[in-house]
Ligand binder design. Structure first.
Ligand code: SF4
Ligand code: SF4
Length: 278
């Protein structure tokens, strides 16, 4: 990892990401179903430690590779790897079960769909498009793997959060100040947690963040402000990232109020704490 300053996949020992290995790419991608799949994959390495590992890997692929990439899948173009699992005993970090660091230096990724080189050399768009400050904004406040992977890969949401808060404050966010403050970290985290519990989130298993899936593929959701006699919201990027579906204009007003209140609260606490630091 010399190419980038921060290893977004495994930033620390509290959480990690495996989104590009297909972690969330299932119609049933809530936390519980995701945990069950991760445990299913992880267990093979513990239950079969005495057997020939190559045989075990091949057998696992024969059971789950086609299954995980069939009717249960959302994005058809992203492969769901059957070797993503929990890589620590406390189930805080997700990642590659075939990685050499987990296998006494032996690289079993050669048995994966992509092969060892592609797996080794892949860096998602967040590495390229999120600034260092934006990356730290997420890493410093999200402690949980399930939310971390959803957030660090949501470039629009992270950029919108950084921009809305910086615009309101009239200066770029001081990441150190936020990290040192429990209150600011909790307020900031709320912008990301709305991905999980947003009150205006559309129901159904054919959505993932700003995407909606149908038999032909996927498209981005749209919010029809005109129909509800509203202008495009300054929180439009948030609404999409939270997979919003509004039934009427009053719901849009409510959603805007909710986010505006959070922005105001964050900025007033920030202003006080920033002043105290100077
Ligand atoms: S989606 Fe990005 S951050 Fe997540 S595991 Fe893949 S490369 Fe790493
Ligand atoms: S083999 Fe490749 S795609 Fe599969 S979990 Fe490991 S890194 Fe991800």
């Amino acid at each position: 990892m010399k190419k980038f300053p921060i290893h977004l996949c495994q930033p620390d020992n509290k959480k990690s990401c495996a989104a590009c290995c297909g972690l969330y790419n299932f119609k049933l991608n809530d936390r519980q179903h995701t945990i069950e799949r991760l445990r299913r994959n992880t267990l093979i390495f513990f239950q079969n430690s005495q057997e020939d590992i190559t045989k075990v890997i091949k057998h696992h692929s024969s059971l789950y590779r086609a299954k995980d990439n069939g009717a249960e899948k959302c994005f058809q173009t992203l492969f769901n790897c059957e070797f993503v699992g929990f890589i620590d005993g406390s189930e805080r970090r997700v990642g590659c079960l075939l990685h050499p660091q987990l296998n006494n230096g032996a690289d079993f990724r050669v048995h994966s769909f992509y092969g060892d080189r592609l797996c080794e050399e892949h860096y998602c768009l967040s590495y390229y498009y999120l600034s260092l400050q934006e990356q730290l904004l997420v890493i410093n406040v999200v402690k949980d793997w399930y939310l971390y992977g959803l957030t660090i890969t949501d470039i629009d949401l992270v950029k919108a959060t950084y921009q809305v808060l910086s615009d309101k404050l009239g200066e770029g966010l001081n990441i150190d100040l936020i990290s040192r403050s429990q209150e600011l970290s909790s307020l900031l985290l709320r912008f990301f947690e709305f991905k999980l519990d947003w009150p205006f989130k559309a129901l159904g298993d054919n959505r993932f963040g700003k995407y909606i899936f149908d038999s032909d593929g996927y498209r981005e959701i749209s919010i029809n402000y005109k129909k509800f006699h509203r202008n495009r919201s300054p929180f439009h990027a948030f609404f999409k990232a939270y997979s919003s579906e509004f039934k009427n204009g009053f719901e849009i007003d409510e959603a805007e109020k909710l986010l505006a209140k959070l922005v105001d609260r964050f900025c007033s606490v920030y202003a006080i704490q920033n002043k105290e630091c100077k």
